[in-house]
Write a protein that binds this ligand. Sequence first.
Ligand code: P6P
Length: 343
Amino acid sequence: MGKKGLGITITQHILSQQRQNPEATGAFTTLITELIVAAKVISREVNKAGLVDILGPTGKINVQDERVQKLDIFANQAIIERMQHIGQLWCMGSEEDPDLIEIPPQFPKGEYILFFDPLDGSSNIDVNISIGTIFGVFKKKNSGTTPDLLLDDVLQPGIKQVAAGYFVYGSSTIMVYTTGNNTGVHGFTLFPSVGEFLLSHENIRIPEKGKIYSVNEGNYVHWDKKTRALVDYFKTKDKETGRPYSTRYVGSLVADFHRNLLKGGIFMYPADKKDPKKPTGKLRLMVEANPLAMVVKEAGGYASDGHGPILNIEPTGLHQRTPLYIGSKQDVELAEAYISGKV
Ligand code: P6P
């Protein structure tokens, strides 16, 4: 608790942003506020997972062919149940659900679309490494025209997101979000005894160039020559460009991204030949790459698929995957030059 009392709560911060936006109706404030409640519920379960028997694989397989941990299901349900009745959503898309999630008929629908990865990094749940929730918010494309749910109304390039962010469930629970339009990226830390997220990282800016590279080098044998040359670049000694970079990779996108956002650096999940079903790597465009690409851009960084901005990709499927190079602008632009063959 600071000398000035509690400090700025997330609700105060969102309302101050709402007041700066003349068209704001408060609908978005309601959406984010309810999502925060869901995150608090997930945070509580994650933090006691070690004590309660909700660890370990359920034996079920999700759309991503990954063993689904019980907390994944819990987190997915917590968000859906909390968000479906607020009257602000047209539909939702989750990493855990093969199809779009419709709003039950007994609840009013709204104009927003919420995409989310309910518990990213789930393979780290029972080894106590930070995991997280990632979210991106769009406005429905053809407002009010289509009576039923059409995927092409919903799938839009990430540049159309009106908000994005993530929660990290780690040594503390952190929320980072942006509403774009140069409003900045802001971080909040959960104050468990009060149950409030308090402003802890105002106006986060990612360093133009970093000293960290994050990639699973176990995939080296599955990469093409350009990808190998890029990763070798970060490992080569060169005083002038501050190389070799340090390698940091915990296998949890939200944790790796959050560290690089604060300290600078580049996170890479390149295309690889490891799994013919996933030639463009394992990360998902709509629920992982797009939201983080909006956050990093607003913080002065960049996110690329190796050939151009993630945010410009026209999606063709709910669960499509993409290679991801994200972080400090100079480092990601260099990665793009390597992967697109300009170097
Ligand atoms: P790999 C976790 O399962 C995840 O989706 C991301 O959080 C993480 O960055 C990535 O996969 C790790 O994948 O293949 O390096 O284990």
